[in-house]
Design a protein around this ligand. Structure first.
Ligand SMILES: *Cc1c(COP(=O)(O)O)cnc(C)c1O
Length: 492
């Protein structure tokens, strides 16, 4: 399996090179040159396997420079013993037509664990295969959940350092505490004075700077990325869509189904698109946004325009105006690296681009967009709890709301998988607000109160968060991110 860059389809690299480097030198993202096609026999066979077995079968299709035993070591290392559920990605039935795919049973209670428990295993093996022999420095920009999940995945991994930047006022209290109290001898965390896009742009700038790269190289180090621009992040996400279909098959539901995904950087829903292209019978891919609805507008009219207000919402992991992984979709749909180069140049110069009519039509044949503001999100949390006894987090509630609106508008009653991306306890104060207003709790006491009111247990990884030692308190300016990296790595 060969990987190309979205900005240069002639560039050809191996899977291990794509994972090791994270991003292509030309600024593009690595994409598989073709997608494996799965048939009904494949799905039947996978239905009989557990999640780890299913993951190994999907991964080997894409990682042909890994041996079968390496792949099975990777998936077992990732998913055995680190999730609070035998099945890391269970389908929870909500109604006759809708199920919730719960992706937050991992060590940080957000769906990022699905990929970030696996990525370190893939990355350390990839680094050996590409033979650079350098110390890997993982640089992460996070809107909250990626940072913690990456820290947990990479802490104390040999020959690796991990540095995480998060927007100081853009994450929940629990998210901030989770990161600031991170243990491990190879980890560093800094807040930045800015929003997620500032953090992400700063990290990208560092990645493509020849000067910084040379400095690291002199010191026997090289950067890699744990953000969803890394192919090693996306691939594990394809697995749970295949797995969800296998679970539907086991219930006798073999027909087409819709998928609803609460979306920020467009990684999760892109994985669903890949699964669809590979033969999972997904009909509509419903892209749910919060008030930062740049994707809703794009899907509706083909113009991507980030020149708009940036809102801090109760679903902070979706507070994003530059959805990096959209670049991969544009490449696959338009089939043109030169178009992608052009659009991305416009995005970087003017903050806006409009795709051609054919690309736009193709996109709307697969995708439906919708959005929900904070008030609608809270009302949905309450309504879903009252109606189904199901407690969902603020991000998942955006998806549920957009799903309800979609069904109302279209009457489409197809089987639907709603992706649930975080435990409600990660955003306990806002979830409690929705269920039980005027509670007067702070972010930490809200967890116990929410549990008392709903009878749903607080997940283990979030217990006692306020009693852990805070190790990282620094805040830096976006312009000083490179200096923070140098200081931590002790190079100058
Ligand atoms: C990261 C995240 C999202 C957005 O996922 P993308 O792959 O960036 O679109 C949604 N919900 C939660 C809880 C997240 O952590």
């Amino acid at each position: 399996m060969i990987y190309n860059s979205t900005r240069n389809s002639k560039l050809e690299v191996s899977a291990s090179r794509a994972i090791n480097d994270g991003i292509s030198q030309d600024g593009g993202l690595f994409v598989p040159s073709e997608l494996p096609k799965l048939d009904s026999a494949f799905f039947e066979r996978l239905s009989g396997l557990d999640y780890t077995g299913r993951a190994a079968e999907v991964l080997r299709l894409f990682l042909d420079d890994f041996t079968d035993s390496e792949i099975s070591d990777c998936v077992r290392g990732a998913y055995v013993g680190s999730f609070d559920n035998d099945d890391p990605a269970p389908l929870h039935k909500l109604s006759d037509n809708a199920s919730v795919l719960e992706l937050w049973h991992g060590p940080t209670c957000a769906f990022k664990d699905m990929a970030l428990q696996l990525l370190p295993h893939l990355l350390t093996r990839s680094a050996k295969k590409t033979g650079d022999g350098k110390r890997t420095v993982i640089l992460v920009a996070t809107s909250g959940d990626t940072g913690k999940a990456a820290l947990e995945g990479f802490k104390d991994v040999p020959d690796t350092d991990i540095i995480v930047f998060y927007p100081d006022r853009g994450v929940s209290n629990a998210q901030k505490l989770q990161m600031a109290t991170q243990t491990g001898g190879n980890v560093f965390v800094s807040a930045i004075n800015g929003n997620f896009d500032d953090a992400q742009s700063g990290v990208k700038r560092i990645f493509v700077s020849d000067e910084i790269k040379a400095k690291l190289s002199e010191n026997g180090m090289a950067f890699s990325s744990a953000n969803s621009i890394n192919w090693g992040r996306l691939l594990p996400q394809i697995v749970y869509y295949v797995s969800a279909y296998c679970d539907l098959l086991k219930e006798g539901k073999s027909g087409a189904f819709n998928v609803v995904v609460p979306t920020g950087n467009f990684g999760n829903i892109l994985a669903a698109f890949y699964a669809k292209c590979m033969g999972v019978p997904v009909d509509k891919l419903i892209c749910a946004s919060n008030r930062n609805n740049v994707l809703t507008d794009f899907i509706a009219d083909g113009t991507y325009d980030r020149n708009r207000g940036f809102y801090t919402t109760i679903s902070p992991s979706m507070d994003i105006l530059i959805s990096s992984n959209l670049e991969r979709l544009l490449y696959h749909i338009s089939g043109s690296d030169s178009k992608v180069r052009d659009w991305m140049k416009q995005l970087s110069n003017t903050g806006c681009y409009t795709v051609d009519g054919e690309t736009r039509e193709q996109i709307s044949s697969h995708f439906v967009g919708g959005c929900a503001d904070d008030a609608a999100t809270k009302a949905t949390i309450k309504d879903t709890f009252d109606r189904y006894g199901y407690l969902c987090d603020t991000h998942t509630a955006v998806a549920v709301k957009v799903y309800n609106d979609y069904v109302k508008a279209t009457g489409d009653d197809k089987q639907t998988v709603i992706v649930s991306t975080a435990s409600p306890y990660k955003f306990a104060a806002d979830v409690l607000d929705a269920i039980h207003p005027d509670h007067g709790c702070d972010a930490i006491s809200a967890m116990a109160e929410l549990s008392r009111v709903t009878g749903v247990k607080v997940p283990k990884p979030l217990e006692g968060l306020d009693k852990r030692e805070v190790r990282f308190k620094g805040v830096c300016e976006p312009a000083d991110m490179a200096k923070v990296v140098y200081d931590y790595l002790k190079i100058n």
